[in-house]
Design a protein around this ligand. Structure first.
Ligand SMILES: O=C(O)CCC(=O)C(=O)O
Ligand SMILES: [Fe+2]
Length: 348
């Protein structure tokens, strides 16, 4: 398979010679006094106890109402008591750092192929004057097992493959619980969203690396976007901030509470929930001194599944806001790289 010719950000940095123009963002003038690397307030979201969400106790009902409030306000929530130990999350973080620290030739064994999203690389380059994000990544479909393409699963660092396998099994359980809890928070039958996403829904892992950047005022780590998933589970870097969410035209930084996972509403959950929970626009800013890593797991509905507002959330008072979509992810790249939101394709 042909591989695209590209330089990752790590290679650009290692080559020296300054910052190439193609990473420079055009000044937009619409930053409302919040320049890319300026201070931003922190989001006020609380951590929610996932182990209580599916119980029918009083405490469970309280957690569900906290979930409803966080998702309808921010579209994002932190969960604790998710059943994955801190030691295991630390191992994921450590292996991610170790992978990106490998020699270039080793990482290129897993390089993305033309026309494929999976593998190691940088932004897909679709046109000549495309401005690039300051990020390298490794993208791998991890679940269900029969959809894995092991040629993209790094053999080094030692233990990466086994740990990713274990992590995807654990994440699958968390996603199921989260989707059930989200349905319950909307007073729906708990399998409503899982059934619509189908048995063939996939989990895609995206390992992100943001090297230190000489001009954090002019360069972006990940441009503003909402996720294409139904839901995303995110492990942001524990030590280096950078992730920000947009609310009412202002950027807020994501809090970090140790041992929690961030759950982000994706576009396809926005559609299924008939817009009650909206997929939040978020971005990542760069850091002059420190590298940053994060690991996102996207839960993507089966490619043949029709995604649309679930019946229980459509009424005369709340008419259907979205048309059914299938294989939403296909729409994404062209819209995203032009700075457009693919959800516009589904709005009625
Ligand atoms: O690096 C992060 O914290 C977020 C990355 C992100 O938004 C994504 O991978 O979709
Ligand atoms: Fe994202």
């Amino acid at each position: 398979m042909e591989k695209p010719k590209f330089k990752t950000v790590q290679e650009v940095v290692a080559a020296g010679g300054g910052l190439p123009d193609r990473y420079l963002q055009a000044p937009t003038g619409d930053d409302k006094g919040q320049p890319l690397n300026g201070p931003v307030p922190e989001m006020d979201i609380q951590a929610i106890d996932l182990s209580l969400l599916l119980t029918s106790s009083e405490a469970g009902r309280e957690e569900l109402s906290k979930l409803h409030s966080a998702l309808s306000t921010w579209g994002v929530v932190q969960v604790m008591n998710h059943g994955i130990t801190e030691a295991f999350l630390d191992k994921i973080y450590k292996l991610t750092k170790e992978f990106f620290a490998l020699p270039t030739e080793e990482k290129h064994k897993y390089a993305r192929e033309i026309g494929s999203i999976q593998g190691y690389g940088n932004d897909m380059i679709l046109w000549d004057d495309q401005v690039l994000d300051w990020i390298d990544r490794l993208y791998i479909t991890t679940y269900p097992e029969e959809q894995r393409q092991l040629k993209f699963w790094p053999e080094l660092p030692v233990g990466f493959r086994e740990t990713l396998h274990e992590y995807s099994m654990k994440q699958h359980l968390v996603i199921k619980q989260v989707c059930k809890a989200i349905a319950r928070s909307l007073e729906l039958e708990e399998n409503s969203f899982l059934d619509m996403c189908g048995e063939n829904a996939t989990l895609d892992a995206r390992f992100n690396m943001y090297p230190p950047c000489p001009s954090p005022d002019k360069v972006i780590g990940v441009r503003p976007h909402a996720d294409k998933s139904a839901v995303t589970l995110l492990l942001p870097d524990k030590n280096v901030e950078g992730l920000q969410f947009l609310k009412d035209g202002k950027w807020y930084k994501a809090p970090f509470v140790s041992d929690t996972i961030l759950i982000i509403v994706g576009d396809q959950m926005e559609i299924m929930s008939n817009g009650i929970y909206k997929s939040p626009v978020h971005r990542v800013v760069t850091n002059r001194e420190k590298e940053r890593v994060s690991v996102a797991i996207f839960c993507i509905p089966g490619v043949d599944k029709e995604i649309q507002p679930v019946e229980g959330l459509v009424s005369d008072a709340r008419p259907r806001l979205y048309k059914p979509v299938t294989n939403y992810v296909e729409l994404l790249n062209t819209y995203y790289l032009q700075g457009l939101r693919p959800i516009a394709a589904s709005l009625i």
